[in-house]
Design a protein. Sequence first.
Length: 96
Amino acid sequence: MRLSPDDVRHVAELAKLSLTAEEAQEYAEQLSDILEYADALKEIDTTGVAPTPYVLPLTSVMREDEPHDGLSNEEALANAPDAADGFFRVKAYFGE
């Protein structure tokens, strides 16, 4: 599929890009080459080839979750700037 410079200018206009005539011609050639390559890839017989969404094996770099006891209420409130009755106290905020 060959693109014309007019096609490239149209797409550039949709993307709000300004191109010179030389740029439109250059991009038309480059994009046409890319589209022709994509068409050539469509002709490759891939029957029997399993889908490969990832080239490299996926491995988690995160550690396994290990349950443990959390903070006590006193420990959680130890550095609170303001606490009352076992809760954090904050200023009331009513805004729009």
